[in-house]
Design a protein around this ligand. Sequence first.
Ligand SMILES: Nc1ncnc2c1ncn2[C@@H]1O[C@H](COP(=O)(O)OP(=O)(O)OP(=O)(O)O)[C@@H](O)[C@H]1O
Ligand SMILES: [Mg+2]
Length: 273
Amino acid sequence: MVKILSFANFKGGVGKTSTTALTSWALAAKGYKVLAIDFDAQANLTSLLLKTKASGSENAIITIDRSLMSAINENIPINEIAISITDNLDLVPTAVDFSMYPRYLDKMFNSEIEKVSFFKNALGSFKDKYDFIFIDVPPTLSLQNDTAFYACDDIVVVLQTQERSMAGAEAFIQYLQNTLINEFESSVDVLGILPVLSKRNAQVDAEILEAAKQEFGEENIFRNTITIMERIKRMDMTGITANNNDRWDNKVHESFSLVADELIARLNSVKEG
Ligand SMILES: Nc1ncnc2c1ncn2[C@@H]1O[C@H](COP(=O)(O)OP(=O)(O)OP(=O)(O)O)[C@@H](O)[C@H]1O
Ligand SMILES: [Mg+2]
């Protein structure tokens, strides 16, 4: 059964897109079929994954013919515009035209529930071809993101401890509860909170982690955390690199492999419980 997920927070720049890309990569490397959907008109995920594809192919520049918005406008099934990035990992690319998406929803639908459920329905026809679908969203609370979260089974809240962003995470979870779950009767769950640690300021990291355990319950915090790694920043330029002889590449992929394992374990324990 496919699982549809989003790494989210309404705070910007906390690592949502990098985490989405590297966790997708890790799951694909483990043999799962993964689709990453870029739901942000900034198109950072598209850029990162197209660079990743380009670095592994002969023609170094890869451009897209069809964006997510064009597929929606032309009523083309979204999977038909997916691009293969590596074995088992596909991307639904987006472009700046995705900024028209809220207007599309307003034009096409009258009721709030029709708008909110649009994207879930759009995924309906092909989603079972994948084991995991990740939707990478911009840092906003908006109808646009509501349509992504409504399509999700689970959301992982990304919490950057360095930023003292606890309040943001709390507000975000409140929002999901009040809007999606209570108002729209979505069945989406918060699978857990994934800390991104700075390590440069271990004291602040430890304080925020402790506060998060108090606030959300220790069992809801991922045990496998992500640290700030310079190599991840470099991947913005190079695409995802995975040179087995490079210890920094290895360190990045080891971290996300553990996060991917924990994600699977958490999904299985939800299913059993
Ligand atoms: N674990 C990490 N270590 C070091 N740098 C990271 C890490 N995760 C993300 N970054 C870098 O931080 C910047 C912001 O990350 P990213 O784009 O993933 O955040 P985001 O939450 O998706 O941002 P936005 O809210 O704009 O969508 C990028 O330059 C990225 O390379
Ligand atoms: Mg992003």
